[in-house]
Ligand binder design. Structure first.
Ligand SMILES: [Zn+2]
Length: 362
């Protein structure tokens, strides 16, 4: 079978690999019908070795597909089911999973990465492949409802496993709800997902902050009531002006550099909330000043990796009800064998690219 593999910084390949096999009784094999390349995959592309990636590691943590085989202890999932997976597998039954923090599952890990692989025998396959082994399949996979269970809906369902649920998590953590004013910082795929999510959660006003006119237009189509282009406008002054000098109720922060976190706190009203889901802070020295600003305004900061498994069922219901179209994040859909080109397109932002989907067998 074919799979996308890591071979060192800047060296991504699609190659023949041994077929995926059931190794534990709680495993399933999923035949992938659509996969995504995530912004965090670009961190692997550049810093893979430093992050513990080893040559030959199969990449990808966003996928939808059809269950091909299940181990004897898998419950709730059957051969032939069309399923969506969160980017992290989990048993969905341990104390952390029961609390809705499946990303801290004691039997969990992240697909297509070296993170927490011990619980799955040290080998965690990736979704940018024709198929993969899914550990803890019964707790991880979610069956796609009949109305959405077809290849034509794959690009709508695929974002629920990571990018859309991550935007949603930030909006929830930012306290976005009915009648609130939300600021969404970032116009990448997660930022656009933040706009979609703020609308789903009932925000009255959604102020979308970015640097690309074309992406901000997509944000408007997805529900943003105001756009602020940081290239042309002073973001803080504009948002404060739009909010009578007080600031927004919540900020959905999808970049999370020291600079954007400070910006998010500054445009949030006293007593408001900032949901932080970007990963830029992993690659920067921590700065103390944002906490001082948050302290003086009693703004709550809530950074957190998204427990996507917790949100997928609700988001599937919203999708089935026609309340959103998260497929707007995809600007390219390539054959699986073109994955290296897909990484390049996203990394170099070729042709206004935002996010790339991959289709095995295309
Ligand atoms: Zn668990």
């Amino acid at each position: 079978m074919r799979a996308t593999t890591f071979h060192g910084a800047g060296d991504i390949r699609v190659e023949d690999v041994p077929d995926s096999q059931i190794l534990a009784p709680t495993d399933a094999i999923v035949r992938v019908t659509k996969a995504g390349i995530c912004g965090s995959d670009l961190h692997f592309l550049h810093y893979g070795e430093a992050l513990g990636m080893t040559p030959g590691l199969r990449l990808g943590h966003e996928f939808v597909g059809v269950v091909e085989e299940v181990g004897p202890e898998v419950t709730g999932i059957a051969v032939g089911d069309r399923v969506v997976a969160p980017f992290a597998f989990s048993d969905n039954s341990c104390p952390c999973c029961s609390l809705g923090v499946q990303t801290s599952c004691t039997s969990g890990g992240i697909f297509g990465s070296p993170f927490w692989g011990e619980s799955a025998g040290g080998i965690v396959e990736g979704g940018q492949a024709e198929a993969l082994r899914v550990p803890q399949a019964g707790g991880t996979l979610v069956v796609i409802p009949e109305a959405l269970a077809a290849a034509e809906h794959d690009t709508k369902v695929l974002p629920l496993g990571d990018v859309l649920s991550t935007g949603y998590h930030a909006a929830v953590n930012a306290g976005v709800g009915a009648g609130t004013t939300a600021v969404v910082i970032g116009d990448g795929a997660v930022g656009l997902s933040g706009v979609i999510s703020a609308k789903l959660l009932g925000a009255e006003r959604i102020i979308h902050v970015g640097h690309h006119a074309d992406r901000l237009e997509l944000g408007k189509a997805a529900g943003a009531t105001h756009s602020v282009n940081g290239k042309d406008e002073d973001v803080v002054a504009t948002v404060l002006e739009l909010t009578d000098g007080l600031g927004a109720d919540g900020a959905v922060e999808t970049i999370s550099s020291n600079g954007t976190i400070e910006q998010a706190i500054t445009v949030t009203r006293p007593g408001g909330n900032v949901g932080i889901v970007g990963m830029s802070h992993f690659f920067e020295e921590a700065a103390g000043q944002p906490y001082a600003i948050a302290f003086m305004k009693n703004v709550s900061l809530h950074p957190g990796v998204c427990p996507s498994r917790d949100y997928i069922p609700g988001l599937l219901a919203d999708l089935e009800a026609g309340k959103m179209d998260p497929s707007i994040v995809f600007t390219h859909d390539l054959a699986l064998d073109d994955a290296p080109e897909g990484y390049r397109i996203m990394d170099e932002r070729v042709d206004g690219s935002i996010k790339v989907a991959l289709t095995p067998g295309a």
